[in-house]
Design a protein around this ligand. Structure first.
Ligand SMILES: CC(C)(COP(=O)(O)OP(=O)(O)OC[C@H]1O[C@@H](n2cnc3c(N)ncnc32)[C@H](O)[C@@H]1OP(=O)(O)O)[C@@H](O)C(=O)NCCC(=O)NCCS
Length: 286
């Protein structure tokens, strides 16, 4: 019998075994998962919500987990499934389905109206089986920061936000940015995992946009810019100023990941080099 319960730090040693099976591709990319500490690190910090961690226990050990959070968007609250991993020895016995449903139940209680997940092609059919549908696609775009045009306008004021212990409330949000991404990038800056700059943009003292620019250990840059409903017509200023904040970090390239449907906001600043992501956004209404 499988039991679904809240996750706890002591589960991380079982989860290390789970990850070693499901996240084998990280082995080539980043040295893989070798220590329990690495797994623990993923379960603390600014982006991690304690209420958004469920595990599946069977035969006296943890064989799966789901991690999720919620953020605002102009239509209400959106739930983001950050990961779902089932021990390879226990896959296809409905544990993924149980965990997904349990996570949805927690999010429904938090008044989440829609859930999104980002799936690799190999797990796409799983999401279709549990009632999700594909929605749009993901683009990775980049441009040399020196090629990003300025959009000076007195209407928009840039305010630098000091990274404290939590993700700024204004950054638990997505509108034109990819759901969950602003929180992830802002959170890694707040936690000190990467160097970075956090920005808020206001017009007549009202929030019109937010931005985060991060620079990782190997000078890997990633920025995320977004606008509130009020700021929709100012997206080019917000994107330009966020991308250019990279100069303060001595970054050369402005790189971001966006929903393909939002590309027009970026094209207002000229051409970007773009590449389709192989990952697929999937979503379900609760
Ligand atoms: C994808 C994953 C979470 C599915 O978990 P699971 O416990 O095996 O899924 P379930 O047993 O609940 O499967 C539900 C249905 O989806 C199907 N299914 C599950 N994984 C599938 C896959 N990779 N391809 C096609 N169908 C799949 C099952 O056969 C089942 O169909 P049925 O109802 O007709 O029998 C698991 O394979 C996994 O951990 N993969 C690696 C990590 C990953 O990619 N996570 C998802 C990205 S967030």
């Amino acid at each position: 019998m499988v039991t679904i319960r809240n996750g706890a730090m002591k589960d991380c040693s079982d989860l290390l075994e789970v990850y070693q099976g499901t996240r084998w591709f990280y082995r080539q990319r980043a040295g893989g998962y070798t220590t329990v500490e690495q797994v623990k690190d993923e379960h603390r910090g600014a982006v991690f919500e304690r209420w958004g961690w469920l595990v599946a226990e069977q035969d006296g050990r943890v064989v799966g987990e789901v991690v999720f959070r919620a953020e605002k968007n102009p239509n209400g609250k959106i739930g983001v499934i950050r990961n779902l991993d089932i021990d390879v020895r226990y896959q296809k016995s409905e544990i993924g389905t149980h965990l997904t449903r349990a996570a949805e139940e927690v999010m429904r209680k938090k008044r989440v109206a829609r859930v999104v997940a980002t799936t690799p092609p190999a797990a796409y059919n799983y999401w279709m089986k549990v009632g999700y549908f594909a929605r749009g696609s993901i683009l990775n775009i980049k441009k040399s920061i020196s090629q990003v045009p300025d959009r000076p306008t007195r209407a928009v004021k840039t305010v630098r936000v000091a990274p404290e212990s939590k993700i700024p409330k204004s950054m638990r949000f997505s509108n034109i940015s990819y759901p969950g991404l602003l929180g992830e990038v802002a959170g890694s800056i707040v936690d000190g995992a990467v160097k970075g700059v956090l920005l808020e943009f206001t017009s007549e003292n009202k929030l019109v946009g937010v931005g985060a620019f991060s620079l990782g250990a190997k000078s890997e840059s990633l920025f995320v810019a977004d606008v509130t409903k009020r700021g929709m017509d100012l997206s080019d200023s917000v994107i330009s100023r966020t991308a250019k904040a990279g100069l303060k970090l001595k970054a050369k390239t402005a790189r971001t990941t966006i929903p393909k449907g939002q590309l027009s906001h970026y094209l207002k600043l000229g051409k970007w080099t773009s590449e389709d992501s192989t990952d697929i956004p999937v979503t379900r209404l609760l």
